[in-house]
Design a protein around this ligand. Structure first.
Ligand code: FAD
Length: 473
C-alpha cells in the first residue's frame, strides 16, 4: 500500500524545506522528497541555496573581503602585518564546513518537527500522487492530501560557451576553484556574475565581465546601478557592456573567447570562464502529462497569487514559479502555502521583497525604482544621502555609495528604497519593515536613530525627501 501524507513536498531547497517544516508544525503529516545525494550516497537537504548558492557564495565573499581588508585597509588603521597570503584550499574547506553544518541542520530540523525525508526523484502524478524513483532505481508512490512543488532552478546554458566543469564553468564550478585564476572571464554581469567575479578579483584575478546588455543591472534603480558600476570598476572589475559572446573554446590550457562589440569581432584568452547568464525553472520530467499542472509561457509552473497551480491541492513555490529567484521569496511562499493548506488565510506581499547583491559595498533594493515610478506616471519625491557624509561610514573607511528613498508625492507613503553602500542588505530591511507597515517618509524622518550608525544614512535620506537632511549641504 502507498504511504500517505497530508502534505508531500517535492524539493528540499528553501522553498520546500520551509514549507515542509511549517506544515509539520501545523500538525500535518509531511514528507519531503529530495533527489540530491552527498558523496556518501545519503540524501542532502538545503537545495541550491545551502549547497551551491547563497551560503557558499557568501562564505567566499566574506573570506575574500577579509583578505582585501588585510591587504588594503589594515595599514590605514595603523595595523601592521606581513603581506597577507590566501590559502585557497583552507578558504574552500571553511566554506564546505559551513555548508555541511547548515545542510545537516535541516536534517535535524526535519527530525525535530517530524518531517519524513524521502530520497529520490519525484514526479507529480494525477490525483495528488507523487512517484518517487530512488538512487537505486526503485519506484514507489506517495499519496498526498496536498502537494507542494519546490523543484527550484538550474543555470541557463548557452550554446557559444558549453560548460565543461573544468575551464568553462557555471556558478557551481566557480565556487570550487582550487586556485586563483590569473585571468577570469565572466559571461553576464548580473547578480551572480558580479558576486563571483568579485570573489576572485579580490584574490588577484584580472576579471573581465562580458555583458550583452547595454546597461548594467537594468532591474535596479538607474542612479544606484550607475553608482554601483562606478564603484565596481574602481575596484578593478573590467565590465564591458554591449558585448556578445559568440564562441568559447579550450586550447592549450586557456579558454579562447570570441565576442562582438560595436567595434567588431574580438578574441581574448582566459584561464577560466564563468557562464552566469541566468537561471531557469527545473521542470524536466517533473510532471506527468495528466497531472493537471501547467506551465506559463516562460516555462515556470503556472500559479495564482497564493501559489496554487491549476491542479486541485497542488501548489508550487520558489524558483520554479514566477517572481524573483530569491531564497527568502521561496521561503515565505512555503510558509504561505503550508498555512493555506492548514486552512489559514495567509498571503504574501510581493511588493515588499528585498533584493541584494552581496558585493562590497552591497547593493540592496525594495519597492519601486525611480524609472518605474516615472513610467507608471506616479508623482514621487526622492531623498538621497551619500555615505561620504556619514560619520560612521567615515570611521569605518567605507564611504562609497548612497541611500535613496522614494515616496509618493501626495501621500508621502514610502514606495521604494535603493542603496549601494556598507551593510546595504541590513539597512534596506528597515525600509522593508517600514513599507510593510505603510509608513510615510515623515514617519522615518521623525524616528530616532542611534548615533553614530550607518542607519543614520536611512534617516537622513528620509529627511532629504522633505529637503531637510541635516548633515549635508
Ligand atoms: P532550490 O534551492 O533550487 O531547491 C530545489 C531542490 O529541489 C533541489 O535540492 C533539487 O535537488 C530538488 N529537486 C528538483 N527537482 C526534483 C525532483 N523532481 N525530485 C526531487 N527533488 C528535486 N538567493 C538569495 O535570496 N540570496 C542570495 O544571496 C543568493 N545567492 C545565490 C548565489 C548563487 C551562486 C546561486 C546559484 C543562487 C543564489 N540565490 C540567492 C538564489 C537561491 O539559491 C534560490 O532562489 C533558492 O535556492 C531557490 O529555492 P528553491 O527552494 O525554489 O529551489
Amino acid at each position: 500500500m502507498a504511504d500517505k501524507y497530508d502534505v508531500v513536498v517535492v524539493g528540499a531547497g528553501p522553498g520546500g524545506y520551509v514549507a515542509a517544516i511549517k506544515a509539520a508544525q501545523l500538525g500535518l503529516s509531511t514528507a519531503c522528497v529530495e533527489e540530491w545525494l552527498d558523496d556518501d550516497g545519503k540524501i542532502r537537504l538545503g537545495g541550491t541555496c545551502l549547497n551551491v548558492g547563497c551560503i557558499p557564495s557568501k562564505a567566499l565573499l566574506d573570506s575574500s573581503q577579509k583578505f582585501v581588508e588585510a591587504r588594503d585597509h589594515f595599514a590605514l588603521h595603523g595595523i601592521g602585518i606581513n603581506k597577507p597570503t590566501m590559502d585557497v584550499a583552507a578558504m574552500q574547506a571553511r566554506k564546505q564546513k559551513i555548508v555541511d553544518q547548515l545542510t545537516g541542520g535541516i536534517t535535524g530540523l526535519f527530525k525535530h518537527n517530524g518531517v519524513t525525508a524521502v530520497q529520490g526523484r519525484g514526479k507529480v502524478l494525477a490525483g495528488c500522487k507523487v512517484e518517487v524513483t530512488d538512487k537505486d532505481g526503485k519506484v514507489s508512490v506517495l499519496e498526498a492530501g496536498n502537494i507542494v512543488i519546490a523543484a527550484g532552478s538550474e543555470p541557463v546554458p548557452i550554446p557559444p560557451a558549453p560548460v565543461d566543469n573544468d575551464y568553462i564553468v557555471d556558478s557551481t564550478g566557480a565556487l570550487e576553484f582550487t586556485e586563483v585564476p590569473g585571468r577570469l572571464g565572466v559571461i553576464g554581469a548580473g547578480v551572480i556574475g558580479l558576486e563571483l567575479g568579485s570573489v576572485w578579483a579580490r584574490l588577484g584575478s584580472e576579471v573581465v565581465m562580458l555583458e550583452a546588455l547595454d546597461e548594467l543591472l537594468p532591474m535596479m534603480d538607474a542612479q544606484i546601478a550607475k553608482e554601483s558600476g562606478k564603484i565596481f570598476r574602481k575596484q578593478g572589475l573590467d565590465i564591458r557592456l554591449s558585448t556578445r559572446v559568440t564562441g568559447a573554446e579550450v586550447k592549450d590550457g586557456k579558454v579562447e573567447v570570441k565576442f562582438t562589440t560595436a567595434d567588431g569581432e574580438h578574441v581574448e584568452l582566459f584561464d577560466k570562464l564563468i557562464v552566469s547568464v541566468g537561471r531557469r525553472p527545473r521542470t524536466e520530467d517533473l510532471l506527468a502529462t495528466d497531472s493537471g499542472v501547467t506551465l506559463d509561457e516562460r516555462g515556470f509552473i503556472y500559479v495564482n497569487d497564493y501559489c496554487a497551480t491549476e491542479a486541485p491541492h497542488v501548489y508550487a513555490v520558489g524558483d520554479v514559479v514566477r517572481g524573483p529567484m530569491l531564497a527568502h521569496k521561496g521561503m515565505e511562499e512555503g510558509v504561505m502555502v503550508a498555512e493555506r493548506i492548514a486552512g489559514k488565510p495567509a498571503q504574501l506581499n510581493y511588493d515588499c521583497i528585498p533584493s541584494v547583491i552581496y558585493t562590497h559595498p552591497e547593493v540592496a533594493a525594495v519597492g519601486k525604482t525611480e524609472q518605474e515610478l516615472k513610467s507608471d506616471g506616479t508623482a514621487y519625491k526622492a531623498g538621497v544621502f551619500p555615505f561620504a557624509a556619514s560619520g560612521r561610514a567615515l570611521a569605518a573607511n567605507d564611504t562609497d555609495g548612497m541611500v535613496k528613498i522614494l515616496a509618493d508625492a501626495e501621500t508621502d507613503r514610502v514606495l521604494g528604497c535603493h542603496i549601494v553602500g556598507p551593510s546595504a542588505a541590513d539597512l534596506v530591511q528597515q525600509i522593508v519593515i517600514a513599507m510593510e507597515f505603510g509608513s510615510s517618509s515623515e514617519d522615518l524622518a521623525l524616528t530616532v536613530f542611534g548615533h553614530p550608525t550607518l542607519s543614520e544614512a536611512v534617516h537622513e535620506a528620509a529627511l532629504a525627501v522633505h529637503g531637510h537632511a541635516i548633515h549635508i549641504a
